[in-house]
Structures are given as structure tokens and as C-alpha cells.
Design a protein around this ligand. Structure first.
Ligand SMILES: [Zn+2]
Length: 134
């Protein structure tokens, strides 16, 4: 058997065999990266679409807060008590219920016929600005 001899491929790399394994490997990685990119893009579109069924605007929130907000929305809808989520009625307007999502955001609900109805998600700053005398 003849000894394998290294040859130079048209791409400039050196190696054995019919094709350059280095370039083949790179092409494979590139293809995989493109697949991952396409999957990410699709996931992003799917995620974007989920906002269409939200009763209030949750776009612009961190994904974990979006999930939490949706959880609360659904639970309230199913009749769970807003106090289970740390919600409180505002002193100056008992019809308004504020439910904390985290330190920075809270969900504002209006009591409509005894049912807390989500109206918006506001940041701590926005929330303070809506307070009388703030
Ligand atoms: Zn090559």
C-alpha cells in the first residue's frame, strides 16, 4: 500500500483525502449556526405572537415578568384572590388594585363588579407619578 501523502487542497489547507476536512468541518459548523439562528428567529416570532392574546400590553417587559403577569391575569380570571399575589387596594381609590410583579413593576387592576380586571403594567416610577400629591 502506498503511503498517504499530504496534499494541498484548492482552499490552501493541507491534508489527506479527497476533500479538505477543515473546510468541510467549518461548513458544517456554519450550517449548524444558521439553523440555530433560524430557530431563534422563529421562536422570537412565536413569542411575539403570544402578546396578541394578552388583555393588556405586556410588550417591553422582561420575559420572566411577562410569564408572571400572565399567570396572575389567568388566576384572577379564574377567581383567585388578588391578595394571594400581594395585591392591595389603593387607599385613595379602593376600586384600584395594585399587584407587585417585582420591585420595579406592578400590575394595575380595576375592580369591575367585584372582579379585579387587569388594566396595565406600570413601572415603579410611573406608579408613583400617578399617586396624588406625588
Ligand atoms: Zn480547506
Amino acid at each position: 500500500m502506498a503511503r498517504k501523502r499530504k496534499k494541498t487542497f484548492p482552499c490552501g489547507h493541507k491534508g489527506y483525502g479527497q476533500i479538505c476536512h477543515r473546510c468541510a468541518e467549518e461548513a458544517k459548523l456554519k450550517e449548524r449556526a444558521q439553523e440555530v439562528k433560524a430557530q431563534k428567529k422563529q421562536a422570537k416570532q412565536v413569542w411575539k405572537k403570544t402578546f396578541e392574546s394578552d388583555p393588556i400590553d405586556l410588550t417591553g417587559l422582561m420575559p420572566n415578568l411577562v410569564v408572571k403577569a400572565r399567570n396572575i391575569i389567568h388566576s384572577l380570571h379564574d377567581g383567585q384572590d388578588y391578595r394571594d399575589f400581594g395585591g392591595k387596594r389603593l387607599n385613595y381609590d379602593r376600586q384600584v388594585i395594585s399587584i407587585p410583579l417585582n420591585r420595579d413593576y406592578r400590575m394595575i387592576c380595576h375592580d369591575i363588579d367585584g372582579k379585579p380586571t387587569p388594566k396595565s403594567v406600570v413601572s415603579h416610577e410611573e406608579y408613583n407619578r400617578t399617586k396624588p400629591g406625588a
